[in-house]
Design a protein around this ligand. Structure first.
Ligand code: N01
Length: 543
């Protein structure tokens, strides 16, 4: 009897991860009639939205944009309750999709892929897991997330702490009580910025340990009105099409003109309107040169600092919260609800780690150069080994015993962010050197999943066994991605975009800044040309 997924030891395609990308990849490959298995490390599906269930977790792209577009029926039947969906609501949506399209049956939970080795003779991948499963697959698709490996905070003494330790990206499923507790949040990126006001509302005392302040913009979140939902639904197909053709996966009027060409009053009015819009990219969309010209960027940076000064009562705290060491948006800005106002509460305190660094964690709290802060709970919001972390966490060995970890020792190399030479039939969704984190990932992931699905269909139709990135195309793509990034201010920041948040990680800009529209065109052009930039081989035909 033929084996079938998920219990099978032989499948046509193995997908790593059952988040938004992995589930859609499963749906698409099943449509091709393939036997597909999905392995998911978590106890349930949902990926990012399963793991990041910290208080305040919420999407920073509007709900009606940040959702699958592949099913017009799904678009019509699902009702979002808020402008920006909370983590529980997004997880409910993912569960709804999985049930509606019957996806759960092919997902094996609590199973982490640990090794994958390519058999150059059989043209298959041999994949093994932490549960002792071994599966042979023709295609291996890493949908393991662009931010799914939490970064070790690397602070000495942590194992001695006698209180509770939590990480925003590994939040427990059971309720965490902060009542009556002295709580620390370490880290002030988007996760910390979202968690701080909610924890402040529950804890007896909250101390925020900040190394680098963020630019946080107000979400102006609110319930969605029935009328606005109905209006967008009445034109959802056109809206979805516009999203797909857009630069970042969201629909907006492109900016016109330089910030420096505008006079101050005009500029301030534009920034005020953007601030009031509650859109993460509102300020970036005001002028064309915010991300390319330091002086233009500084006008926005100073505008945000002025907002911080007016929101925070204590001038010293306001100054400590004001970012000055990197240009606006060269680290991802945060969308917040009540972040700065939280610092006006009497039981909320900011510790500026630039002035008083952490020396160690003690059994009772955190000791900085200023003294010990006694604590009951420490919440680490210290981020991720982004973009390459989840791929390199798996010991992947391609042709000629080449390991991915060795190949990427100086930074990721691939063609179109999809395949890396020497690792045939291995695809990545939302991986490095693609628009991923610089776009609405709901739109990006659909584009990549559809490209991968079409590619596999093409191989099968033509009796081909393998596709691999061509080394020269990969070199050219890497150079193109770097050249575009170097023309922006992004490399000026130490950020997870640059890999520089993880000690020892190569400092390379990890995403494609050219826009999703341009990227999509490059992917489509390659496919139209019979997958130019890739080497296809097999009995059917060879080139
Ligand atoms: O992580 P981060 P994040 N001691 O890396 C600090 C997405 N996201 O989880 O900057 C003390 O941005 C670190 O300081 P520094 C979004 O794309 C989206 O917050 O390295 N501090 C920084 O302040 C986002 O960009 C949403 O000096 C330490 C913080 O920890 C990405 O995820 C919500 C430290 C880490 O910030 C990552 O965000 C949440 C140490 N040892 C996240 N190590 C949405 O709204 C690190 N830090 C969809």
């Amino acid at each position: 009897m033929e084996n079938t997924a998920p219990g099978a030891d032989r499948v046509d395609a193995l997908v790593v991860g059952a988040g938004l990308s992995g589930l859609y990849q499963l749906y698409r490959l099943r449509e091709l009639g393939l036997r597909v298995a999905v392995f998911e490390a978590g106890e349930d599906i949902g990926g990012t939205w399963y793991w990041n269930r910290y208080p305040g977790a919420r999407c920073d792209v509007e709900s009606m944009s940040y959702s699958y577009s592949f099913s017009p029926e799904l678009d019509q039947e699902w009702e979002w309750s808020e402008r920006y969906a909370s983590q529980p609501e997004i997880l409910r949506y993912i569960h709804h999709v999985a049930d509606r399209f019957g996806l759960r049956g092919d997902v094996t939970l609590c199973t982490r892929v640990t090794h994958a080795a390519y058999d150059d003779t059989a043209h298959t991948w041999r994949v093994s897991t932490d549960t002792g499963r071994a599966v042979t697959t023709r295609f291996l698709i890493l949908a393991s997330g662009c931010m799914s490996v939490p970064k070790d905070p690397g602070i000495p003494g942590l194992d001695r702490f006698t209180g509770e330790v939590l990480h925003t990206a590994r939040w427990p499923r059971e309720e965490v009580s902060f009542t009556g507790k002295r709580v620390a949040v370490v880290g002030t990126g988007c996760s910390g910025v979202q968690a701080v006001p909610v924890i402040a509302g529950r804890a007896a005392a909250l101390t925020v340990f900040q190394r680098t302040p963020a630019y946080a913009l107000p979400a102006h979140n609110r319930p969605l009105l029935d009328a606005e939902t109905a209006e967008l639904k009445s034109r959802y197909p056109q809206f979805r099409r516009a999203q797909r053709l857009s630069r970042g996966g969201t629909v907006f009027e492109p900016p016109a003109g330089s910030a420096l060409a505008a006079d101050e009053a005009e500029r301030t009015a534009a920034y005020e309107a953007a601030w009031e819009s509650g859109l993460l990219s509102g300020l970036l969309r005001t002028y064309t040169d915010i991300l390319t010209d330091e002086k233009a960027n500084e006008t926005v940076a100073e505008f945000v600092r002025s907002k911080i000064r007016s929101a925070v009562d204590d001038p010293e705290t306001a100054e400590a919260l004001s970012p000055r060491t990197f240009p606006f948006a060269t680290k991802r800005p945060c969308l917040d609800t009540g972040y700065y106002a939280a610092y006006n509460l009497p039981h909320v305190k900011l510790v500026d780690l630039r002035a008083t660094p952490i020396e160690t964690i003690t059994p009772r709290g955190i000791r900085t150069t200023e003294g010990e802060h006694p604590l009951d709970t420490i919440v680490f919001a210290t981020g991720f080994d982004a973009l390459t972390g989840s791929q390199l966490a798996i010991d992947i060995v391609g042709r000629a015993e080449m390991s991915l970890r060795e190949k990427w020792a100086d930074g990721p190399r691939n063609h179109l962010g999809l395949m890396t030479a020497g690792f045939p039939n291995l695809f990545t969704v939302l991986g490095p050197l693609s628009p991923s984190v610089l776009s609405n990932i709901a739109v990006s992931l659909e584009q990549q999943v559809e490209w991968i699905t079409d590619c596999i269909a093409h191989l099968n139709r033509n009796g081909l066994t393998e596709i691999d990135a061509a080394p020269e195309a990969e070199e050219a793509w890497g150079a193109h991605v770097a050249e575009l990034a170097d023309a922006t201010l992004y490399p000026a920041a130490e950020s997870w975009y640059m890999g520089s948040n993880v000690p020892g990680k190569p400092r390379v800009f990890l995403a494609y800044t050219g826009g999703l529209d341009r990227y999509r065109a490059a992917c489509e052009a390659s496919a139209r040309a019979g997958y130019s930039g890739f080497v296809l081989s097999g009995e059917g035909r060879e080139r």
